[in-house]
Design a protein around this ligand. Structure first.
Ligand code: G3P
Length: 483
C-alpha cells in the first residue's frame, strides 16, 4: 500500500474501501516537529473522491446498520486486537509525527484500545424504552410507544493533531457502533498515525466503503466536506476559530464541537500547596501544554501566592526538556508558527510588567516551560489560549474575584479548584461557567466513561463514550395503537 522513494514513504488514502493514490497525483509532505525533516507524504484528495467516498459510505451503511450490535461489536473488538498488535509501531508513529514523548504516545494507543472495547460494551447495554399513552391526562392505555435509537447515516469525524489516534477513535468507534458510516478526516499533522490506525481497522474486514480516510488541503476539501449534503452529522475537535467556521457552514445537521480552552486553576488560601503544585505543573505542561484541557491560568489567593509560586518554580525547573524519543516532559511544539505564537504571548506579558519566574528560552520550536507571575488583565496571556508551555499566574484577593475573572473568559471547558473546604469547593464549582470542574485535581478529559463537554467558545454538545453514541444516533418512535 505504501510506496517509498528516497526513504520517504508516500501513504495512500482509504477511499471507498480501497487504499489508493489520489487522482490529483498531488501529495502533502508531513514534517516531524522534532526531527525537522519530511517523514512521509499523504494524498491531496479531490472533491470528486470525497463524493465517491461519501456515496460508498451511505450505500454500505444500510447493511451495516442491519447487523446486530454484537456483530458490529466483533469488528470493533477485532480492531482493538489489531491495534494491540501494532501498539509499538503506532506509538512510534505518533511520537515521530506530533512530537509526543513515547511514554505518552503509547498511553494514547492503550487508552484507544480500552475506549474501543468499552464503546462496544456500552452500546450493547444501551436499551430503548416503551411508554403508554395513559401517562398523560386523557391519554389512552391502548397507545404503546416503543422508543428505539437509530443511526444518523454518515458521520464526518474530524480529529486534531494532539491526539491523532485517541481523539479519532473516540469519534469513529461510537459512530460505527451506533450503525453509521464514517468519513474520517485527520489533522494533516497526524494523518500518518491515523492511516496506521485505519490500516488496523481495515484488517478486520470492515465492510467495503463503510469508512473512508480522507487527507488533503483544507482549502480544497474542508468546506466541501462540512457542507456536503451526504454528511448527516459532524464531530469535530480542534480550534475554536475552525469550529465556529464549521458551524456556520454546516446545514441543519447535528454537530458536536470540542474546541479550545483557558482552564483556570483556582487556588484558595487553604489549599494543600504540594498537591496543588503537582496538579498544576502536570496539568499545564504535559505534552508542552498542547492539550485543550491544559491549565492555562492560575488564579491564586494573594495570601499564599508566594509559597505556591516557589513550589511551582521548583517543580517546573525539574521538568526535562528535549526530544520526545528520550521521554522528555517538555517536547518541541507542533511547528514553528505555534512556537512564534507562544513566544509572542510571553514577550507581550513581559513588556507589560509580568515577572519572569523561570523559562523564556527557545531553540527553534522547543520552548522551555515558562512561569509568569503578577500577570494582569491587560496582558494577552491572561485570556488567549497559548497551546504551549507558558503559565500565567494572576493574584486575586477573594473567591469572588477568582470566580469573576474565571468567568470573564470566552472559554468554558474545565476549571480546577484547590481547597480543603468542600463547601467552598462546591460553591465555586457551582459558580464557574465551564463544562467540568475538577476539585483538587488537574483538568482532563476522561476517564472516557465520563461526559466531556465545553461551553461558550469551548464547544457544543457532549462527548465521552455514552454521550457520543447518543449524539451519533437519534430516537425513533413506533406507536402501537392497540385495540
Ligand atoms: O486536547 C484534547 C483534549 O481532549 C485533552 O484530552 O485527556 O489530555 O485531557 P486530555
Amino acid at each position: 500500500m505504501d510506496s517509498v522513494k528516497n526513504d520517504v514513504t508516500t501513504y495512500p488514502a482509504y477511499l471507498a474501501g480501497k487504499w489508493q493514490t489520489s487522482e490529483s497525483r498531488e501529495t502533502i509532505a508531513i514534517t516531524s516537529p522534532w526531527q525537522h525533516d519530511v517523514i512521509g507524504k499523504v494524498q491531496a484528495v479531490t472533491q470528486s473522491e470525497v463524493d465517491q467516498s461519501i456515496k460508498a459510505s451511505k450505500k454500505a451503511q444500510h447493511a451495516w446498520a442491519s447487523l446486530s450490535l454484537g456483530d458490529r461489536g466483533q469488528y470493533l473488538n477485532q480492531w482493538a486486537n489489531e491495534l494491540e498488535k501494532d501498539k509499538e509501531a503506532i506509538a512510534t508513529s505518533v511520537m515521530t509525527e506530533v512530537g509526543k514523548n513515547y511514554d505518552d504516545a503509547e498511553k494514547e494507543v492503550t487508552r484507544t484500545i480500552d475506549l474501543i472495547r468499552y464503546t462496544v460494551q456500552e452500546a450493547l447495554h444501551m436499551h430503548g424504552e416503551s411508554v403508554r399513552g395513559d401517562g398523560f391526562p386523557g391519554g389512552s392505555k391502548e397507545k404503546l410507544g416503543i422508543i428505539e435509537r437509530v443511526p444518523l447515516g454518515v458521520v464526518l469525524a474530524i480529529s486534531p493533531f494532539n491526539y491523532p489516534v485517541n481523539l479519532a477513535a473516540s469519534k469513529i468507534a461510537p459512530a460505527l457502533m451506533a450503525g453509521n458510516g464514517v468519513i474520517f478526516k485527520p489533522a494533516t499533522q497526524g494523518s500518518i498515525s491515523g492511516i496506521k490506525m485505519i490500516q488496523a481497522l481495515d484488517r478486520t474486514g470492515l465492510p467495503t466503503g463503510l469508512l473512508s480516510l480522507i487527507t488533503g488541503h483544507g482549502s480544497v476539501i474542508g468546506d466541501y466536506l462540512t457542507e456536503h449534503p451526504g454528511i448527516n452529522m459532524i464531530s469535530f475537535t480542534g480550534s475554536t476559530q475552525t469550529g465556529k467556521h464549521l458551524s456556520q457552514k454546516s446545514i441543519m445537521i447535528p454537530l458536536v464541537l470540542e474546541l479550545g480552552g483557558k482552564d483556570p486553576a483556582i487556588v484558595c488560601h487553604d489549599a494543600n500547596l504540594d498537591l496543588t503544585a503537582k496538579n498544576i505543573v502536570s496539568g499545564a505542561f504535559s505534552y508542552s501544554g498542547q492539550r485543550c484541557t491544559a491549565v492555562k491560568r492560575v488564579l491564586v489567593d494573594d495570601s499564599i501566592a508566594d509559597q505556591l509560586v516557589a513550589k511551582l518554580k521548583t517543580a517546573v525547573e525539574k521538568l526535562s526538556v528535549g526530544s520526545p524519543v528520550d521521554d522528555n516532559a517538555i517536547v518541541p511544539l507542533i511547528d514553528n508558527k505555534s512556537a512564534d505564537f507562544v513566544q509572542g504571548l510571553i514577550d507581550d506579558a513581559l513588556s507589560k510588567g509580568a515577572a519572569l519566574i523561570t523559562g523564556n528560552r527557545r531553540d527553534k520550536n522547543l520552548l522551555a516551560p515558562t512561569l509568569l507571575d503578577n500577570v494582569t488583565e491587560d496582558m494577552d496571556v491572561a485570556w488567549i489560549e497559548p497551546f504551549g508551555p507558558v503559565l500565567p499566574i494572576i493574584r486575586v484577593h477573594s473567591v469572588a474575584e477568582a470566580i469573576e475573572i474565571a468567568n470573564k473568559s470566552n472559554f468554558g471547558l474545565q476549571a480546577s479548584v484547590f481547597t480543603q473546604d468542600i463547601d467552598k469547593a462546591l460553591e465555586i464549582a457551582g459558580a464557574v461557567e465551564v463544562g467540568t470542574v475538577q476539585v483538587n485535581g488537574r483538568p482532563e478529559r476522561g476517564p472516557d466513561n465520563f461526559p466531556f463537554l465545553g461551553v461558550k467558545a469551548s464547544g457544543m454538545g457532549t462527548q465521552g463514550v455514552h454521550n457520543s453514541i447518543l449524539s451519533m444516533s437519534r430516537e425513533k418512535l413506533t406507536v402501537m395503537n392497540l385495540k
